[in-house]
Design a protein around this ligand. Structure first.
Ligand code: THU
Length: 136
């Protein structure tokens, strides 16, 4: 895909996150979450939460999307949409993983799957100020 692809519009990201949410493996909580992550060059990676009978091994939709993107070589990101009902504010573990890869101004948008009018918006810096990260 071209490095200069134009950014996905927000409706496209919400749609992609909803599609992932439909496939969430939320066998214990029943709380399905979908995420769509847009890279700086306009690609979109998606994720859903994947739970495990060993509960602590469950992983959130946000981290699945980030790890898929990073494993495909992406290192720069533009924004992420997270869809759940009710809307989900990313957990602390996801905020730390996001902060490894997201610049201060990367946008995180939480959307209620049942009502796109119900949403919240943060920058990375608002979600996790004073992040821990080695300078490199
Ligand atoms: N979960 C996410 O995938 N993302 C969030 O932002 C909040 C929580 C998942 C983890 C677990 O599978 C379920 O939702 C209930 O916590």
């Amino acid at each position: 895909m071209s490095k200069h692809q134009s950014p996905a519009d927000i409706a496209t990201l919400i749609e992609a996150a909803c599609r992932q949410r439909d496939g969430a493996y939320a066998i214990h909580s029943g709380f399905a979450v979908g995420a769509a992550l847009e890279t700086a060059d306009g690609r979109v990676f998606t994720g859903c939460n994947v739970e495990n009978d060993s509960y602590g091994l469950s992983i959130c939709a946000e981290r699945v999307a980030i790890f898929k993107a990073v494993s495909e070589g992406c290192r720069e990101f533009h924004r992420m949409v997270v869809v759940a009902t009710p809307l989900a504010s990313p957990c602390g573990a996801c905020r730390q993983v996001m902060s490894q890869f997201f610049g201060d101004e990367v946008e995180i948008i939480a959307v209620d799957a049942g009502n796109a009018e119900s949403h919240k918006f943060w920058t990375m810096n608002e979600l996790l100020p004073d992040r821990f990260r080695f300078e490199r």
